[in-house]
Design a binder for this molecule. Sequence first.
Ligand SMILES: NC(=O)c1ccc[n+]([C@@H]2O[C@H](COP(=O)([O-])OP(=O)(O)OC[C@H]3O[C@@H](n4cnc5c(N)ncnc54)[C@H](OP(=O)(O)O)[C@@H]3O)[C@@H](O)[C@H]2O)c1
Length: 328
Amino acid sequence: MKTLVSGASGFIGGFLAEQLVASGHQVSCLVRKSSSLQYLNSLLVETRPGSLEDPDSLCAAVRDVEVVYHLAGVTAESRSGDFARVNSQGTANLVNACLTAGKKLKKFVYVSSIAAAGPAMDRTPLREEHPPRPLSLYGKSKLAGEEAAAAASHAFSVTIVRPPAVYGPRDRDILTFFKLIHSGIKPILLGGERYFNLIFVKDLVEGIALSASKMEEGCEIYYLSEERPYSWTEVMQTIESALGKRALPLPIPLFLLKTISHATHFISRWTGKSFPLTPDKVAEIEQRYWICDISKARNQLGFTAKTALEGGFFLTAEWYREQGWLSS
Ligand SMILES: NC(=O)c1ccc[n+]([C@@H]2O[C@H](COP(=O)([O-])OP(=O)(O)OC[C@H]3O[C@@H](n4cnc5c(N)ncnc54)[C@H](OP(=O)(O)O)[C@@H]3O)[C@@H](O)[C@H]2O)c1
């Protein structure tokens, strides 16, 4: 199959490109001038220049492809409005390019996020049929991306996948917690236990590739995750085991995160500089249940995540060590 992967220079997209090449697909990657090709250079892929913010570049990129895997997006804003510009409008631009120039397109896979659905209200995991209630600007922008993709399902088959937290080699988000525990500190958020689903990146890309094989008309949504949720306490203990370290619990009151996020928000409005801990991010962290049910993906796609957290964190820690990412 001739495929195009957007976001292939990023964490998940890089592994997806690798997986597709290994399965014998012809892979093109949408890359910007500024994209790092560090992990793509060693793969047998074609690079196609383009940006989600440049509709003409997208028409050229999709012209002969049969499957588009759309992963490009922003998970944090470096400029105010990035979420809307890239995740919502950028996805609409890519969908429009597929409608006008993607003459051979059969399948559009959009990698959304559990954030598009919003948190579960209690211990009942989210299912695909539950109405979405995104909480953050990020979640709302991913939902708008889903809507743009779904609206094109009259022209080609659309699959939307919603991963929860994704971890594995090359990921810099969960690295923060590996580094903290490596340095002897285990952050514990006060105000009750939090539960969430996670998935190892290699399991996720297998699921994404699998989801593209279903060519039915219309639009389907799937949660892709490891089967069971984990508590924050378990996640921190599993990092300790993966690193072979015991760290000192550091209790963090929620009001402290809120105060810091409001202060940095104020600074960013004056300086234009963005900070990772936004009030929006804290609103997400505050939630107790980011949990989802993967029965639909299991039953309809035959999907299971093979890697349990313990093994996945072990592989991740090993990779971080090899790359020297834990020393600084
Ligand atoms: N990581 C997670 O835990 C997680 C969880 C759920 C869902 N997701 C979703 O999965 C997708 C991939 O996430 P990730 O963690 O792999 O992110 P990432 O490592 O930050 O990669 C983002 C990718 O998007 C590209 N991109 C950003 N803006 C673009 C634009 N204007 N035009 C073209 N390409 C652009 C980046 O290109 P450059 O290299 O040029 O910057 C990069 O290849 C995202 O859509 C995210 O919402 C991620």
